[in-house]
Design a protein around this ligand. Sequence first.
Ligand SMILES: Nc1nc2c(ncn2[C@@H]2O[C@H](COP(=O)(O)OP(=O)(O)O)[C@@H](O)[C@H]2O)c(=O)[nH]1
Ligand SMILES: [Mg+2]
Length: 456
Amino acid sequence: MSVDTIAALATPQGPGALAVIRVSGPEAFSILKSIFRPRKERSEFSSHRMYHGDIVCPRTGEYVDEVLVCLMRRPHSYTGEDVLEIFCHGGLNIPQKTLSVVIAAGARPAERGEFTRRAFLNGRLDLVQAEAVGDIVTAGSERGRELALRQLKGELSAIIKDIIARLREILARLEATIDFVEDVDERVVQEGIEGEVNTVLEYIRRLAGTYQKGRLYREGAAMIILGRPNVGKSSLLNCLLGRYRAIVTPVPGTTRDFLEEMVDIEGMLVRIVDTAGIRPTSDVVEREGLKLVWDKLAEADLVLLVLDGSEELTPIDREIIEKVEGKKVISVINKKDLPKVWKEEEIADIVSPPIVHISAKYGDGVDDLKRSIYEVLVGGGVEGPFSMSVMRERHYHCLERAANALEKMKKNLFSHPEIAAEEIREAIRALGAIIGTEDISLEVLDIIFSSFCIGK
Ligand SMILES: Nc1nc2c(ncn2[C@@H]2O[C@H](COP(=O)(O)OP(=O)(O)O)[C@@H](O)[C@H]2O)c(=O)[nH]1
Ligand SMILES: [Mg+2]
């Protein structure tokens, strides 16, 4: 397969001390030779060494920049091809100028994710690892970064490969019962296989179950603050953000639009939505704001239902409590600095746990609330043998596909062993698609890599 040589700026555009231009492909070395003048005279460059020198346009002779360059000979490079990296000065002009000289010397501009795509096609990374590269670059939280790095190291791939190996082994035994019926006690073997498939199926289900958490780690969670006017919703938003973002006044109906802010809670990215207080109103603006509340509620992964502990519960409070039924909810009893008007027992059958008491005005109890938010969003739930989570919908669907195939396999095992064997093959294909060894079309690769940045 003939490949061309690609080049791109690997660092962000804009002012900066340094920028990196990356070049990959068969022409990488000859491009270096034509545009680079080493400070110390030499005709050969070793792999994985830095050289100091100048970039000069081979056509016009124009001096472009003083740089460091590094060559990495295949296959010991990120893409598995010959790779050249040029460390030039940053800023708006020099990186572009340097890139244009590289392109004039024979490279073509890279497409999004094309370096990583080549790394995948050359077997330097499997597909899960390639996707992890994209996730590392965009990770907005500690946990998302941590999981993506572990995926890049191959932890998830190893789990998938292990399941595939077990299925291959089961398949071989099943095929033996089909091919040499007279030699083996078919029934005994099949019963053994059934037990093993159950174990594998359970394992796949648990892994698929980690997607609930994994999605939140990768994409962040959406959390809405709900309550009637003046219970302290905007004060709570400010408190969680650690700055004065939302206007807080004693006037009910102060927040009329909704506000959205990102905040890091226990290493997880959470988008907080502060909303207009819920009450019957004739104010047109407020009513528009209220319509938005219900849209935002539908999208939310978690509701903070704020109640004012210094006042009796009102019919509106009760109405809101009913409205959020079926969602994940934390009941936040605010204004704990003021005298309480009700006891925990009195509200136990109305307000659902967990219940957290805070003072949004003074910040008291907010750390407990943060822990509770984290706990409700990703704590508990599916606990399996995995500290690894599946973070992408694509992986989740492949796991589901594999699980469905194994279900069908179990149904056919005793009556139609040939069909059962085919279903195991289907499960292996579905799992292979996760790491990119099977069933991967160009379209799928295009979708995956189009979300990358250029230069990655
Ligand atoms: N004493 C006390 N007052 C609070 C507390 N939280 C909010 N408030 C006050 O309650 C009023 C309404 O607060 P705000 O955050 O605007 O409520 P919202 O309408 O629910 O957004 C303001 O006067 C706040 O200062 C609290 O924890 N303790
Ligand atoms: Mg408000």
